[in-house]
Design a protein around this ligand. Structure first.
Ligand SMILES: Cc1ncc(COP(=O)(O)O)c(C=O)c1O
Length: 441
């Protein structure tokens, strides 16, 4: 039998699964559920899990150059289990629930020990990385960037509605066309109008004329308040929005603003590599942030970070959450404390100096990639101090996309850009091979 490729599922497993499913009697009869899956031996369960995993592509053993994620941080989660990873597994197994928000009001004291670590990691993110005043913020570890963005839009909408009497029909979300689609979700879920601003094709900067036009249109339509989303690293380009192009124009038009910064992609890198970064809580116009531990920070999935100025998160409280001490002002409800602990452990294992060194190393490698691509005549977009290069797809040979697992902006024949993200698993050797393949087109 031919050896199986790493990313192929063993067809015997699929067949086996189908046979097992067929052994049950399909569907419910007369409304009575018909549950009929057999227990299987524990060693077979393990074998099936290993086989399923072997069907995945691996960040470190294969070539994956387009993904904003990586292997888990090797200090906390080394390839072979150590006392460090065991400490984390112990938290996972003890199963603490971090339901609710633990930076304000009461919390479930059964899990107060690990709540403390969550507060500490949020403090580092808010006060040390994003320049907030001590205790001038609230937040929690969300399921990801999507939830954190939704939570921000939800809280701002409610605060404007319940705290300032603005009708929801007189609010809008404003963001660039390069903004992550989670903001489209937020607009849909919350019943808010979404205005998307065009950006330049080659500089990915928001068009200032379009901001003026949007402000005038919003005012003409009777809109009173705008939830502005600024990107601290767009998903496809890593471009960073300039607040001065957007905020003064809207304020001059008399609109009330709530400003959210989506740092899911760049929030754990750009503040380390670009000391002049202006998107932080030091700017009094900025109200909330999203960061994402499961991207640059190499934390397990489920580690979005939501931060908002103190005194706001209460507007997202659900009064019906009567059994939760301190009530619940988060979207997610129950969530594993092990996610917060993983982020805390990674931050502690590196310290700010270690984090800065790691981010700088990735940026230097990205600079090397960018200049090699430019020499090869490939047209690119790269924001300085970011670890991502977007390349024009028509400048790449066909086989490069699949071989190096680059990610296109669209999965059809209208795709224009592909991204290469220099994550910690991306080595100089990967970059050299990619460039050789492009050169031999
Ligand atoms: C800028 C930005 N915001 C939000 C998200 C959504 O994050 P998640 O997939 O963790 O929900 C992403 C994901 O790529 C992103 O790049």
């Amino acid at each position: 039998m031919a050896p199986r490729q790493r990313n192929q599922v063993d067809p015997r497993d699929r067949r086996d699964l189908r046979l097992r499913n067929r052994s049950g009697i399909a569907g419910a009869k007369d409304g009575v559920p018909n549950m009929h899956w057999p227990a299987i031996p524990l060693d077979e369960i393990q074998a099936r899990v290993r086989s399923a995993l072997a069907g995945n592509t691996s960040f470190d053993a294969d070539t994956m150059l387009g993904f904003p994620a990586s292997v888990l941080d090797s200090r906390v989660f080394p390839p072979e289990p150590t006392m460090m990873s065991h400490a984390w597994l112990t938290v996972l197994q003890s199963n603490p629930n971090h339901i609710g928000c633990h930076t304000t009001g009461a919390s479930e004291h059964a899990f107060g020990g690990t709540h403390e670590l969550e507060r500490d990691l949020l403090r580092i993110c808010a006060e040390e990385i994003l320049n907030a005043e001590p205790e001038g913020w609230d937040g929690y570890v969300a399921s990801g960037g999507t939830e954190s963005n939704l939570q921000a839009m939800w809280t701002h909408r409610n605060e404007l509605r319940d705290g300032h009497g603005v009708d929801v029909s007189k609010m809008a979300i404003l963001c660039s066309e390069d903004t992550h689609y989670s903001i489209d979700k937020a607009a849909d879920v919350l019943g808010l109008r979404l205005v998307s601003l065009p950006v330049g094709e080659w500089d990915r900067a928001i068009d200032p004329q379009a901001v003026h036009a949007a402000a005038a249109q919003l005012v003409a339509d009777g809109v009173k308040a705008v939830l502005v989303v600024l990107n601290l690293g767009t998903t496809m380009f890593g471009s960073v929005d300039d607040p001065e192009v957007v905020l003064p124009v809207l304020l001059e038009a008399g609109l009330t603003l709530r400003v959210h910064v989506d740092g899911a992609f760049g929030g754990f890198l750009f503040p380390f590599t670009a000391p002049d970064n202006r998107l932080s809580f030091a700017d009094p116009r900025i109200d909330s942030f999203t960061l994402d531990g499961h991207k640059m920070l190499q934390a397990p999935y489920g580690t979005g970070i939501h931060l908002i100025r103190a005194g706001r998160i209460q507007y997202a409280t659900t009064p019906g959450a009567t059994y939760v001490p301190g009530a619940d002002c988060t979207l997610i409800g129950s969530r594993s404390g092990s996610n917060a602990v993983a982020v805390w452990m990674i931050l502690m294992a590196h310290g700010s100096d270690g984090g800065r060194a790691l981010c700088q190393q990735l940026c230097d490698r990205t600079t090397h990639l960018h200049s090699a691509l430019t020499q090869l005549g490939v047209r690119t977009y790269r924001r300085a101090d970011m670890n991502i290069v977007a390349v024009r797809i028509e400048d790449l040979p066909n086989r490069v996309m699949d071989k190096h697992m680059l990610v296109p902006d669209r999965h059809d024949d209208t795709a224009t850009w592909a991204k290469i993200i220099v994550m910690p698993h991306v080595t100089d050797a990967h970059i050299d091979t990619l460039c050789e393949d492009i050169a031999s087109r």
